[in-house]
Write a protein that binds this ligand. Sequence first.
Ligand code: TRP
Length: 336
Amino acid sequence: MEETIQQKKRLYSAVQPTNALTIGNYIGAIRNMVAMQDEYDCFFAVANMHAITVRQVPAQLRQKTLALVALYLACGLDPEKCTIYVQSHVPCHAELAWVLNTFTYVGEMERMTQFKDKSAKHADNINMGLMDYPVLMAADILLYKSDVVPVGIDQRQHLEITRDIAIRFNNIYSPTFVVPEGVYPKVGAKIGDLLDPSKKMSKSAENPAGTIFMDDDKDVIMRKFRRAVTDSDSEVRYDPENKPGVSNLLSIYTAFTGKSIEEAERQFAGVGYGDFKTAVGEAVAAKLIPVQAEQARLLAEKDYLNGILKAGAERAYKVASATLSKVYRKIGFYQL
Ligand code: TRP
């Protein structure tokens, strides 16, 4: 049934409701989702099950889950067009992850860059969930027969392993899973830290002054951009090798204005770094401030948000449980 009415390609993405999101997440994931919601049948999850792979404060996890939903909506996701839900509301994620675990090798998981990074960062809590994180992510994606998965470039390895697991399963049984394509943003795929552009802008950076959070107010945004590193040259030119700081600011500017790099270079020809940085800050603030106001308005309407999540979970469950049931049949689980 579900297949016959589905004409649009399916798109899946999810964001963890952990610390405040950065403009790197916005450019890498949320903005793509908004741009694609007309063209695709979209599923967007709040990945709270992924979030607990590092210790969370329960009350904050709850609050951030709702805040992320409000942020999705404030950024322009339309619940009429796409399915917005919370991962833990659909039990199929944990269930399929268990099955996929038996098609995934320990060695593969140990080699994952993010696992190694997070193990180093949380050396006192290298739990099984942290290692299993990519398998849960594969379950997320494969449950919905997702064709495309827009994510930041840091998630590429997880996408690749998802494809590997899907192909592996399909080869052992018969075609069961859709093998998804990762979609990575071209410009600004990897927004760098403002103080150390060689590092990804991250919500968990040592120094938050190099990171613009989605909830930073205008003064904070402007101050952070004023302090961003440039170089001893004075030319606003895109050259990531030799001018990483300036190039990073140009990427951010183009991502927030829709201008091309060439246009931006022309616009800032002969402009000093101080004025350039102010212009980048203004462009980012012009986008973020209205989003923040809308998010606050929505957060005050809890019944409305709950209604969206309930409808989302129901629709997600329909699709996910159909896939899970197919998997259970193929692997020989006796079903009633
Ligand atoms: N791991 C992703 C991140 O940290 C979040 C995520 C969880 C996700 N499940 C997903 C992204 C499925 C895309 C598809 O950004």
